[in-house]
Design a protein around this ligand. Structure first.
Ligand code: GLV
Ligand code: GLV
Length: 321
């Protein structure tokens, strides 16, 4: 029989074609996430599941799929939406999409950093709304990367890509923290420090770590208190690494100078969220990997991860867990 694949969203055509040309594909044909109940209804008897980071892949979902399920492939580098223990228990391999989104996500991180430090959103708003009265020596002044200390929490592929891109802006030092020192750090002159040292010394604190039991809520009141009052915090990891109430208080009280967020809890962040009332908080809608090329590549790799397993070959991008 032809293997059955369930795809939880509308995806780039070329990736869908890779699957439809080989398998029986059922798809949640929408740009909105598949409802949990609909997912549960569609997974029984499938051979492969193509999912996104907006799908909660719980033990129940995997159980509902049953013993026919041979591979779970997520169109994301993050995998905090997947119950890894359940996959391990049930012996289901996972495919994901590292590498292809590193450049786009590092680029967006730098974009968000500059937009926040140079107050781009405030400036655009002022220009449009007519509060731009004249050139003023002390108006709309931001902060520069030149001679700054940059701190990167999680010098993985993306963190390294950010460091590489920030070097030409002339920081004095690039610090990083994480589990263990990385060999690649020398290439960008990044110095391994403790999390506390990084918070205390950095002018820019950038979160590019994965979210897991060690990083959830890592950026809390205690962390913001340790940062400089002039510090700018950037998060392109997961919203869950931040305690958002604590971030709000830190931004409101001047405990830190600004924040740029690509990720929040929840997503979308309701428009009446208090973070939106702050002019020193720049929020964009989880667009780190959002370039046409990158999203096409991510979808195709996800399809190829599925094809590899169903054809008895090695996945191009297996998650080691
Ligand atoms: C985006 O956040 C991803 O995990 O791919
Ligand atoms: C995420 O993919 C990272 O490597 O930081």
């Amino acid at each position: 029989h032809k293997p059955k694949v369930y795809v939880t969203r509308r995806i780039p055509e070329s990736a869908l074609r890779l699957l439809t040309s080989r398998y029986l594909v059922t798809q949640w044909d929408s740009d909105e996430p598949v409802p949990g109940a609909e997912l549960m209804k569609n997974v029984p008897g499938i051979d492969a599941l193509f999912c996104l980071l907006t799908d909660q892949i719980t033990f129940e979902v995997l159980k509902a799929a049953g013993s026919s399920l041979k591979v779970l492939a997520t169109m994301s580098v993050g995998y905090d939406h997947i119950d890894l223990e359940a996959c391990k228990t049930l012996g289901i391999p996972i495919g994901y999409t590292p590498d292809v989104l590193t450049d786009a996500t590092a680029e967006l991180t730098v974009t968000l950093l500059l937009a926040t430090s140079r107050r781009i959103v405030e400036g655009v708003t002022a220009a449009r709304e007519g509060t731009w009265s004249t050139w003023k020596p002390m108006w709309m002044c931001g902060r520069t990367l030149l001679n700054s200390t940059v701190g990167i929490v999680g010098l993985g592929r993306i963190g390294f890509g950010v460091a590489k891109r920030l070097l030409p802006f002339g920081p004095t030092a690039i610090l990083y923290s994480g589990h263990t020192p990385k060999d690649s750090a020398a290439e960008v002159g990044a110095i391994f420090v403790t999390f506390d040292e990084l918070l205390q010394q950095s002018d820019f604190v950038i979160a590019t770590c994965p979210m897991n039991s060690e990083t959830v809520g890592l950026f809390n009141k205690a962390a913001f208190m340790k940062m400089k009052k002039t510090a700018i915090f950037i998060n392109t990891s997961r919203g869950g690494v931040v305690n958002q109430d604590d971030l709000y208080e830190a931004l409101k009280s001047g405990e830190i100078a600004g924040a740029g967020l690509d990720v929040t809890v929840p997503e979308p962040l309701p428009t009446d969220n208090k973070l939106f009332t702050l002019s020193n908080c720049v929020i964009v809608p989880h667009i780190g990997s959002a370039t046409i090329d990158t999203r096409t590549n991510m979808a195709e790799i996800t399809a190829r991860n599925i094809i590899a397993v169903l054809e008895g070959e090695t996945m191009p991008c297996p998650l080691k867990f």
